[in-house]
Ligand binder design. Sequence first.
Ligand SMILES: C[S@@+](CC[C@H](N)C(=O)[O-])C[C@H]1O[C@@H](n2cnc3c(N)ncnc32)[C@H](O)[C@@H]1O
Length: 246
Amino acid sequence: MDHDKSIGITEMRKRKFAHQVDVCVSTDRNAIADSYFNNYSDNLSYEEAFEDLFNGKYILDLIKAIWGPETPYRLLDCGSANGLTLRQFDKLGIEAWGIENNAHIHSKTPEGWRGRNLLGDVLKMPFENGSFEFAYVTCLPYLPEEKIDQALKELFRVCRVGLLFQGVTTDMTEEVIEDYMLFRGLRTFWTYSEWSDAFVRNGFKLAVSNPALLDEIWRIEQETDEDDWNWYPNKESMRYSFFSKP
Ligand SMILES: C[S@@+](CC[C@H](N)C(=O)[O-])C[C@H]1O[C@@H](n2cnc3c(N)ncnc32)[C@H](O)[C@@H]1O
């Protein structure tokens, strides 16, 4: 039997990329395992790595540059783990809520944040239409390809202004993927432009269409990222990471 005929584009790309960067990658098609959070980055757990990896001000600077909203506003962290992001957003004056489907990491939500960090699935969220001005979305590549449209429709429903998409893509630099062991749990491994097509066919439009704005968000990215490599492979890929409701 020819297995490769049934594995789909995501598994084929994971295997090819893993071979290129000489990483041993699990090719099972399961959702994120609990161990993913115990060794999130550099042998550190999600909690231990959090302050180094997450920068709420950076997210807010991007939102400000792209949409220029009045504060305070409501933001949904879609794929919020144990809700540590909510505390950072709160300190910056944003009313942030989270939704997370992994019960293990969700159970570690600090006491004071349980009311705002909900255990649930992006595919069916317990929020009214238009509950949030913005969504910061990190969970999508962990969904199987055939569920992406449903997730995007649900995000379109709960979001009023726009969203930031963050996730591992096929066209990221090899250094980034290798450094962060980013294959783990991935079930949809698409290019930026394939993701963008999916957002657009579900009603969103590109939020960054003028070159001056693209320059500005690229500047924010360059000034924030102190590592010697970039999360985004190039400026153009940032155009495919922010989406507005028409
Ligand atoms: C890369 S982590 C990001 C965590 C956090 N947002 C941050 O920026 O530090 C992505 C999260 O999405 C969650 N996730 C995956 N599939 C999901 C789903 N279907 N619904 C909700 N959350 C999901 C994962 O369990 C994980 O906690």
